[in-house]
Design a protein around this ligand. Structure first.
Ligand code: SF4
Length: 123
């Protein structure tokens, strides 16, 4: 164990920032509040869908799960399909310590997916 202070710290410092859809989400009035998520996981346990199907809901590869996973999977992968499983019980929005209106954000994602389906059927 060696203490690292500024005088004995590394000569080079590299900072890698990954945007992964966050900038675009910050400009989207319906999605931007999802960026406040601190990934505490409280919304998972108030969600009847997560309690029924667990990690299968989003994807085994995704680091995100539960109601917040619906929002973050859309922000980072533009995948709206997990929102279709939401039954809108509303518990996630009640327990969120960041006061994110998760049901509203999920409804918006679901509406976008539905619009895409209708648009593709008209083609
Ligand atoms: S309860 Fe709120 S802050 Fe916690 S993981 Fe869910 S969305 Fe994020």
């Amino acid at each position: 164990m060696k203490r690292v202070s500024p005088a004995t710290g590394p000569k080079n410092f590299y900072l890698v920032l990954l945007d992964d859809g966050r900038l675009e989400a910050s400009r989207d009035n319906e999605l931007k509040e999802a960026l406040l998520c601190i990934k505490c996981g409280r919304c998972y346990f108030s969600c009847p869908v997560y309690n029924s199907i667990g990690a299968e809901w989003i994807s085994r590869e995704s680091p995100y799960g539960g109601p917040t996973g619906v929002m973050w999977n859309y922000i980072t992968n533009r995948d709206p399909w997990p929102s279709m499983y939401c039954v809108h019980s509303g518990g996630c929005g009640v327990v969120c310590p960041m006061n994110i209106d998760i049901p509203k954000v999920i409804s918006s994602i679901k509406a976008r997916a539905t619009k895409d389906i209708v648009k593709n059927k008209k083609k």
